[in-house]
Design a protein. Sequence first.
Lengths: 248, 481
Amino acid sequence: MLTIENLHAKVEGKQILNGIDLDVKAGEVHAIMGPNGSGKSTLSSVIAGHQDYEVIQGTMLMEGQELSDLSPEERAHKGIFLSFQYPIEIPGVSVTNFIKTAINASRKAKGLEDMPANIMLKKIREKSALLEIDSRFLSRSLNEGFSGGEKKRNEIFQMAMLEPKLSILDETDSGLDIDALKVVANGVNKLRSKDNAVIVITHYQRLLEYIVPDFVHVLWEGKIVKSGTKDLAIELEEKGYDWIKEMA
Amino acid sequence: MAYTEEELKKELENKEYEYGFYTDIDSDTFPVGLNEEVVRRISQKKNEPDWMTQWRLKAFEAWKNMEEPDWANVQYKKPDYQAISYYSAPKKKDQYKSLDEVDPELLKTFEKLGISLDEQKSLTGVAVDIVMDSVSVATTFKKTLAEKGIIFCSISEAIQEHSELVRKHLGTIIPIKDNYFAALNSAVFSDGSFCYIPKGVRCPMELSTYFRINQAGTGQFERTLVIADESSYVSYLEGCTAPSRDENQLHAAVVELIALDNAEIKYSTVQNWFPGDKNGKGGVYNFVTKRGICHNNSKISWTQVETGSAVTWKYPSCILKGNHSIGEFYSIALTNNHQQADTGTKMIHIGENTKSTIISKGISAGQSQNSYRGLVQVHPKATNARNFSQCDSLLMGNHCGAHTFPYIEVKNKTAQIEHEATTSKIGEDQIFYCNQRGIDSEKAIALVVNGFSKEVLNKLPMEFAVEAQKLLEISLEGSVG
């Protein structure tokens, strides 16, 4: 689904990614771990197409198409979803209105009519139940005054609504207590299928107990220095990152 | 035969008439220039009674001795008032009885502007009084309104048929000497709307007027008078769309509202005059005076969405004369490219227990300048007056400006005045967040702007709110990047 080869990228003149190779197939869950500043969030921003990040070398192919040629919204239309580490506030725009606009924008790009209101409503009810979201929450302004947990839950709610092919969860576990973590993880698991893939970016192994990855990659200084199965995550939890650094 | 000097003069005068407005039946547009004679001719054209002609002449005399104000935070080349034609009418002068009689070309234009009368008639139940180039060409729903005793017609018609009512109220809220533009309007106003709601009547539909400047070089001087008699209610919509123009056009309207005891008037405006091109060339100058008076327990709400005009100078105000009266002002002013807007309101608290609310949302993009200017005045006898003001500004890019000039004058210790103000900028992170969800930048900006404007948009009648929302989007097109 997503094939990244020798990816180099910089932000504000500083090179952060130094040759990333990653191959994500449909149905798989990949975890990307690493210490602070190793380039985890940069990788997610580069895949999503943030304008501040510049690809200087390498390729990113999504179902055969080079992502660098596409605008952020075109990437979204192709089925790439990023759950933000710090979701943005948009005052006066309700959660419902926002997701409605997003869904219809993607539909329009595919040449489809707006989703009929009754189907939209049904879907919103279904997905908000999945994430244990209160209906009053849906009419609040997007992310304005949300708690950390509410913000993350809202991100996964949007993911559920948009049904992306490839979801990147950037530090979705940060700021979540254990109950919220379980709800979010449960939501993600229910959305998993043989047709979609998930990249989980995280510091800690904790989230991976609930979203079990097929592969774990360790990022250090903008490169994947070690890959393995979920056992690697457990090993990292026990030994920390230092031995990886030494190895690299 | 030798001419005497006197005879020569006479003949020349007559000659001038020949090539001037007297014989120029075809175009029905006055030549440029403004003098007493032009004022008389306008009045004559409209078959006005003598008191009206005299009223106009008095206004013209006053105007001649006034100076164009320059205190607003706008810069423009002052119009040459002698280079403007003060009267222009569509070629068909007759009042149409039904839509079938209206020139199909005209209807097509309205359709393009999204103002299909048929649609309005059947779908929205809005009675429309269209003013096209100064003469009313279509009035609908008159019958339904007439059954309730509601008068809704052009001001010209009202001057003919409801002369006493007009005479009693015209210029009582905005006197002819009120300001430069109001004086000019009083002298030369060509048409406008008149509305009277009888005692105890609740107007069953939104009354709507669409204005449009049609002929190049013609100034538009609309005059509107709305009277809500005791315990009545009316919601009035005013919308403007103007096609592209290369030269500056002057628009100086006057709107007077009278809410008698226990009455309520809601006055909503969507203003979209031609703002000029990207380089600031052309565009309408919109110098408007709008004011309403509230008697006991009455209420006036001004809601405006201002997206057009090159220069806007406009302060819809409320005189809260009666006890327990309420004034409200909800405004969205959007400026893009080189537009300049200086707009706000005045809330004059005279009666006891009077209340006013001001919500102003300014959106600036491009190289535009957007100013809020407001006055909250509490008179000595206005015990327990309350005001709440909120002025929010949203900036896009680094080349535009947002300014706030709130004036507060309080002469009664019991007054409670609150003022809140915020300024924010549309952030790249907001746009990227939307982009990532599949929403392109233009739509993302529209979303942020709509969210910002929501409090005011919610105050508009439903169908108007949708139109206004579209207008905000259209007005910001191309401002991304």
